[in-house]
Design a protein around this ligand. Sequence first.
Ligand SMILES: NC(=O)c1ccc[n+]([C@@H]2O[C@H](COP(=O)([O-])OP(=O)(O)OC[C@H]3O[C@@H](n4cnc5c(N)ncnc54)[C@H](OP(=O)(O)O)[C@@H]3O)[C@@H](O)[C@H]2O)c1
Length: 323
Amino acid sequence: MKRVIFHQFGKPSDILTVEEVTKHSPGPDEVLIRVLASPINPSDVMFVQNLYGIRPQLPSGAGFEGVGIIEEAGANAKIAVGTRVSFTAIGSWSEYVITNHRTLIPVPDAMTDDVAAQLFVNPFTAVAMVEESGVKEGEWLMVTACASALGKMVIQICKMRGIKTIGTVRRNDLNDELQALGLTEVINTEEENLPKRVQHITKYEGVKAVLECVGGQTAADAVKCLGRGGIMLIYGLMSLQDPTVNFGLMVFRELTLKGFWLTDWMKRTNAATRQHVSEEVLTLLSTGQVQMPIEAIYSLEDIKNAVIHAEAHGRWGKVLLKP
Ligand SMILES: NC(=O)c1ccc[n+]([C@@H]2O[C@H](COP(=O)([O-])OP(=O)(O)OC[C@H]3O[C@@H](n4cnc5c(N)ncnc54)[C@H](OP(=O)(O)O)[C@@H]3O)[C@@H](O)[C@H]2O)c1
């Protein structure tokens, strides 16, 4: 079977190769899945560069999630062969993967492969972070890099909950689409003074929460946008630049800056909360209430062009790999 592999850390388009490897049988708690589609997410790209929270064991597969059909199930995996499932596994950019049966989410018929392939990483994070932000109907939530797949989900979830959103972008060409999704106010950080605009929009109250994934100057400015007792959930670092944070503001507004990592959230939350978030994600995506657009589809063999496209500016949707 074909699998995308890297033997050293580095720029994905330089080091990823497609290799023929042996297809194994699953262990008792595992399943063998024939992969139908898998997205290229920023976390996948960071993993290949050894910039992620899990260190790759070289040589390593790449890609963390996807959708596929169960081809073989271990003795303890109570799931029928032939079931279409969304899964997580290290090495999802492959014709087949083996993963623990506990990571599987059976996919409703109404959900397309393109949506099911992206079911876990961004949708769970978006719903869980909006919950964890504590922002209520009528209050302001800010999301940086809001044209990202995750940002677009947050905008749509907030709209449904009556939460007002401010989103930052670094280019203006997607503003109409973002506002059509439900974004209340858009701010271009390349052209505008972020804290000043936010103070004006919120009538000097500031926002209740910021969901932040850019870092650098955007993150430093975003802290200044928080109102008294506000919280910033930090879930990414797209610029790879650590911000300088104003401690005075943190003290005198009693702000909270907190990291958010879905991997740890899955471990620290109770089963009832995980179930609640899972049901909300499945409903939002299978009913089409939340859109998850696709930008392009590539084969595994075209992995270099696929990762270059995924890292390019100006995308509206995800890049998917289909074996
Ligand atoms: N902590 C967690 O558990 C968790 C889970 C899921 C996702 N995430 C994080 O969420 C973030 C978004 O993921 P995604 O899949 O939604 O991403 P995506 O769809 O690939 O979009 C990436 C976005 O980041 C913007 N961007 C890239 N570099 C930037 C920079 N230097 N300054 C400002 N904006 C920049 C891009 O803007 P342009 O379009 O202008 O290029 C684009 O809007 C990533 O950081 C990812 O790691 C974290």
